[in-house]
Ligand binder design. Structure first.
Ligand code: ADP
Ligand code: MG
Length: 570
């Protein structure tokens, strides 16, 4: 049975398999490698995913969810057409679809996966990613950090040794890591990141700049219309990866609103975002203890890494031109694929050893009698420590004749544990003695899969307790079974209809975005296709209707980049 490698992205997800000594990308039902991480529920309560769902971000935003990866491990829920989802349920829906694509592609069942997550994901978010896999019927063999995956892909492709700064700038997250590759060892030295910073923020900043240029416009727009403006802003941003200048255009109630956008203007609009990127970059270098001159190359990956503004800014602040030897969209999934190859002990990659680090600090709380503050964080394993790691601290009692010591296990970086995440608690009885006389040794052992073992030993009594904090068990088995059950009852449209569904959703979006004669034309063309689909026509007839509709869409809904760059007429 096959193991798949998955880049479960905030914006786009990709899937691959290690085969015949190489990584093979798996196409989805539309024949594409990138599946938008978007879920929508339609009127019949069928679950749409990928591109069809993405069209509905404009037409049915209230029934459509995107960027839910940012909320993994939180209590946030989504109500889509009266069905309630947690972020991990939505991730599970995407994973289930990737699993189906893989099964069809490979012609065999797929039950295991290696999934990448942002390096900055905390234990809870990692656990929820594993649970999402479980709900999709996949045993998650290993969770790996996205930058580790990108570095692996780079090493595999170039065979180069050195110290690298991996910058992964996606739709919703930024991860910057310092990675060393020497001979066959890939060593992650430091990671830093911001899991609320990505291309989405640039689209928003751009849309705001557009509204600022046209005072009063924003207040006149409905939510759907604002979503259209955001989509237009994203498209304009993408255009600038291919052209020096583009025109932002939005038509509302017969009036045309425009704004000329250049890379220079985009850089100005992005200034606050660029400043945040610099802060994360400095954080990564500082944690690694390396000056930028000790970095051999900058490896730039992620969709937003294609932006000239980002490339130039990184060159400006580091004095080095970022490399992108590997397609920035695919670097991570290719690296995850290599990990599946290593796991399968494939001879092409088995000599590669990958170390990893703990991306956050783990510790407990101590009491400071001077300030009477019991919320002070005492780190035991510092962030960026190489894994596996085992570290111990000794703590003494603070009150006379206390009979027990409570060890709370926290994850986070704040001095006050109130701001950190409580992972678990161990209560240890101690002999009743004057303050400072009884002592316990607390040992934290953190392994490569993010499983924390906490051992507490009382030095006076010799009593020992240990607890595995496999955050795996946040959900009980019965809860998990229940969630899988709900998942299996969700209806999805038959796969062979995916292409039709996408076309109709795209038509519906175009209908909403257009007015007058074009709008009537869209409605007419849609009705032609729908009627052929509804009356179960012959395959050849469906094919003809589909081609006609596709040609129609491509003539009126072409991406700007195609119109303005590939020699078309505007
Ligand atoms: P994630 O890792 O969050 O899933 P991706 O790496 O797929 O995200 O990046 C998605 C982001 O990349 C989106 O914000 C999208 O607008 C942006 N993007 C994709 N292609 C380009 C391009 N050619 N130029 C600029 N931005 C792009
Ligand atoms: Mg990504």
């Amino acid at each position: 049975m096959a193991v798949i490698g998955v880049d479960l992205g905030t914006t786009n997800s990709l899937c691959c398999v290690w085969k015949d000594g190489g990584c093979v990308l798996i196409p989805n039902s539309l024949g594409e490698y990138l599946t938008p991480s978007v879920v929508s529920v339609d009127e019949k309560r069928e679950i749409l995913t990928g591109k069809a769902a993405r069209e509905r971000l404009v037409t049915r935003p209230q029934d459509t969810a995107a960027s839910f990866k940012q909320f993994m491990g939180t209590d946030k829920t989504y109500m889509l057409n009266r069905l309630r989802f947690h972020p991990e349920d939505l991730s599970a829906i995407i994973l289930r679809r990737l699993k189906e694509d893989a099964e069809l592609f490979l012609g065999e069942p797929v039950t295991e996966a290696v999934i990448s997550v942002p390096a900055y994901f905390n234990n809870n978010q990692r656990t929820m990613t594993k649970i999402a896999g479980e709900m999709a019927g996949l045993t998650v063999e290993r969770i790996i950090n996205e930058p580790s995956a990108a570095a692996l892909a780079y090493r595999h492709k170039t065979g180069a040794n050195g110290t690298y700064l991996v910058v992964d700038f996606g739709g919703g997250t930024l991860d910057i890591s310092v990675v060393e590759i020497f001979e066959n060892i890939v060593d992650i030295i430091a990671v830093a990141g911001d899991n609320h910073l990505g291309g989405d923020n640039i689209d928003q900043a751009l849309a705001e700049a557009f509204y600022k240029r046209h005072p009063g416009l924003k207040d006149k727009l409905s939510e759907t219309e604002k979503a259209s403006v955001l989509k237009m802003a994203e498209q304009s941003k993408i255009n600038l990866s291919f052209a020096e200048q583009t025109m932002m255009v939005y038509v509302h109630e017969g009036k045309t609103y425009e704004m000329v956008l250049t890379n220079q203007l985009l850089a100005d609009i992005c200034a606050p975002i660029l400043a945040k990127i610099k802060a994360v970059l400095l954080h990564a270098l500082k944690d690694s203890g390396r000056h930028i001159s000790a970095i051999d190359e900058i490896i730039l990956v992620g969709g937003s890494g294609k932006m000239p503004v980002i490339k130039e800014y990184l060159t400006y602040i580091t004095g080095k031109t970022p490399r992108n030897d590997i397609d920035p969209d695919k670097a991570i999934v290719l690296g995850v694929g290599i990990v599946t190859g290593i796991k399968a002990r494939d001879k092409h990659v088995q000599d590669l050893i990958m170390t990893d680090i703990c991306p956050f600090t783990l510790g407990t709380n101590i009491y400071d009698p001077a300030s009477n503050d019991a919320d002070i964080f005492s780190p035991i394993i510092e962030r960026n420590t190489s894994l596996p790691v085992s570290q111990a601290h000794t703590y003494t009692t603070v009150r006379d004749f206390q009979t027990q010591v409570v060890i709370n296990v926290y994850q986070g970086e704040s001095m006050s544990v109130k701001n950190n995440l409580l992972l678990g608690t161990i209560t240890m009885p101690v002999p009743s003695m004057p303050a400072g006389k009884a002592a316990v040794v607390v040992r934290f052992t953190y392994d490569i899969n993010g499983i924390l073992e906490v051992d507490v030993t009382c030095l006076q009594s010799g009593e020992h307790q240990s607890k595995l904090i496999v955050t795996n068990h946040n959900l009980s088995d019965s809860e998990l079974r229940e969630r899988r059950e709900i998942m299996s009852r969700l209806k999805t449209p038959p796969r062979e209809q995916d292409q039709n569904r996408f076309l109709l959703e795209r038509g519906a979006r175009l209908y909403e975005e257009s007015t007058g004669a074009l709008r009537e034309l869209v409605a007419y063309e849609m009705s032609l296709l729908s009627s052929v689909l509804e009356r179960n026509a012959h395959v050849s007839e469906i094919e003809m209707a589909r081609n006609r509709f596709m040609q129609f869409l491509n003539s009126v809904d072409r991406p700007d980049e195609e119109i303005y760059l590939q020699g078309g007429t505007p």
